[in-house]
Design a protein around this ligand. Sequence first.
Ligand code: 13P
Ligand code: SF4
Length: 301
Amino acid sequence: MDIKEQIKRLKKEKNAVILAHTYQPGDIQDAADYVGDSYGLSVQASNTDADVIVFCGVRFMAETAHILSPSKKVILPAEDAGCPMADMINGDDIVKLKEKYPDYLVMCYVNSTSEIKAHSDVCCTSSNAVKIAQKLPPEKGILFVPDQHLGSYIMEQLGREMVLWDGFCPTHVRIQPEMIKQARELYPDASILIHPEAPRACRELCDQVLSTGQMVQHVKTSETMEFVIATELGLIHTLQRERPDKTYHPLFSGLLCPNMKKGSLEQIVSALEGTGGEVITLPQEIRQKAKYSLTCMLELS
Ligand code: 13P
Ligand code: SF4
């Protein structure tokens, strides 16, 4: 049987849904029931009535789904798919940071481990980070972890100081200002869209700073017909599906997240059959505490 048919049959048999991030390979996006950004995926995970969630993304995303829907079986098909940025701060680091700034609120980017979420007051994604920071009491200091670039973007937007952890996304920091300047010369009619995980010197040269979900919305509704995409290139597949009539140029061909590319259709089959992938579990205490920061994010969004 064709692998796509096999996935469809197994999904029905197990009452499963497949959620995929926009950075996933095209064939996985095409097999998914929902493709979206980190925020959209967490909303889907908390609302689905499926018994099983096959999460095509990286570990923190599958853990977020498990925290929000603990009664469901959440499977990460590519069990070695992590996010290096999420691993740039650990439990000891955050405890020390909180000791140094005892009265500060901790705001964590969703690209963090569940342990870090459990130590945080509120979580955010790249699409709601500015909005959430704006809603935190103005008299309170904020510790923002782990992404220094998203943190600096929030500060620039709000003119509000925060203490930033020095984590970064190894994929987005490969973007250089010269690449943007070159793209501008090559494609003078295109609008350049960049993710807030990219460094400020690059963001400042672009037309729009948007999360992946916001990029999809922007492309769908804007009158512009040509775009340069300065984020992980999996997004171009999503954009081509949504608006095949528009033109998309990758900023450069190597703008890929190796972890997001670890999955395959075969792994989805094994996950659904119960022979492969990892069923996500977390210690109850971490799950409950981490749920607090995620629920707080969903309420403030
Ligand atoms: P989004 O929040 O835009 O989905 O981005 C997630 C991510 O991992 C970006 O590197
Ligand atoms: Fe993590 Fe960057 Fe990959 Fe996103 S693109 S999952 S932040 S390493």
